[in-house]
Design a protein around this ligand. Structure first.
Ligand code: BMA
Length: 314
């Protein structure tokens, strides 16, 4: 059992691990990065606001998951060609990375005067990047792919926006990564709860013996504005549309000064986590939409929170 005041996520003492001062091109922020471990290297695709308020993506690399070196040029800027140019006009944001069949697939938010939709791009080497398709209509954010096919279909967690239903987590299927459907709602914000305003998928889910672990964000509206925290849910290994349990308690909330104050205050926002061979997971989060931070958790602790302290079902 987890003792009451022991934090589930242990913050890295060297936080923040990446700031705008580490970036060799002009940016105002570094946050909400997708991270993956590939052949012993940690690859981080981070979001940065430019000084016009619109976002681009940069790439940083590390051998230990803590100390990152940023490449000299941005990794992805809004497209100037075709359909992508029209829908990325206001910027590209919040990337998630998922390895399927030898390709690193990147889902990102594409902002434009038409709203926000999700773009899908792929790379095999983190050198060149190919845009594949815009895979949602407006208004969707926070799409994460499962790193495996189920019954021959790709699966993703979705977060459509709706005025009637509070922002919730859905799931959709695709035969080809481009056309998606068969959607169903999986988890909704719980009333007068830390995530009662909205929830959204965070890191690419990873496999544990008990199920897929899904680290997500939840938002609570206060008199002082919204507070973004992180939570966990566990999905069935063979059927990710079956939610085994959603932990009742958050696993991380803004506490460090650079999580409380920044571009948007009181935000911890996760787009990536790296499970390690020693039973821990490195969780990466943006602090106050301004810096990147990390911390570790025991995977079994996160699983136990979903199994032993779940919230009531949908
Ligand atoms: C959400 C997104 C995130 C951001 C968060 C807090 O709506 O815009 O990219 O981190 O708000 O500002």
């Amino acid at each position: 059992m987890i003792k009451n005041k022991e934090p589930v996520v242990k913050r890295y003492r060297g936080n923040p691990i990446l700031t705008k001062d580490d970036v060799p091109f002009p940016v105002a922020t570094v946050h909400n990065a997708g991270v993956i471990k590939a052949n012993g290297r940690y690859l981080m695709i981070f979001r940065s606001h430019q000084y016009n308020g619109r976002s681009i993506l940069g790439l940083a690399e590390s051998t230990d998951g803590y100390s990152f070196q940023v490449r000299p040029e941005p990794f992805m800027v809004p497209s100037r060609h075709g359909v992508f140019a029209e829908y990325e006009e206001y910027g590209v944001e919040d990337p998630r990375i998922c390895l399927i069949d030898g390709t690193y697939l990147i889902t990102y938010s594409a902002y434009s005067r038409h709203g926000v939709r999700i773009g899908l791009a792929g790379t095999r080497d983190f050198e060149s990047l190919e845009r594949i398709a815009l895979i949602t209509q407006a208004d969707h954010r926070n799409v994460v792919l499962f790193p495996k096919k189920f019954g021959g279909r790709y699966v993703r967690l979705d977060r459509p926006h709706s005025e009637i239903n509070p922002w919730s987590m859905w799931l959709s299927y695709s035969p080809d990564l481009v056309h998606w459907g068969d959607s169903k709602v999986l988890v909704k914000p719980a009333g007068y709860h830390w995530d009662e305003m909205k929830i959204g998928p965070g890191a690419t889910p990873f496999q544990t013996a008990e199920g897929w672990l899904n680290i997500y964000h939840g938002v609570f509206r206060t008199m002082d504005g919204a507070v973004y925290r992180l939570g966990v849910a566990l999905h069935d290994l063979d059927d990710p549309a079956r939610v085994i349990g959603v932990a009742d308690e958050w696993i991380l909330q803004p506490e460090d000064p650079w999580e409380i104050t920044g571009y948007v205050h009181n935000v911890v926002f996760c787009c990536g986590a790296v499970p390690e061979d020693d039973g821990t997971v490195k969780i990466y989060w943006g602090g106050a939409d301004k810096v990147m931070c990390t911390g570790t958790a025991r995977i079994s602790d996160l699983v136990n929170l979903c199994l032993q302290k779940p919230r009531p079902r949908l």
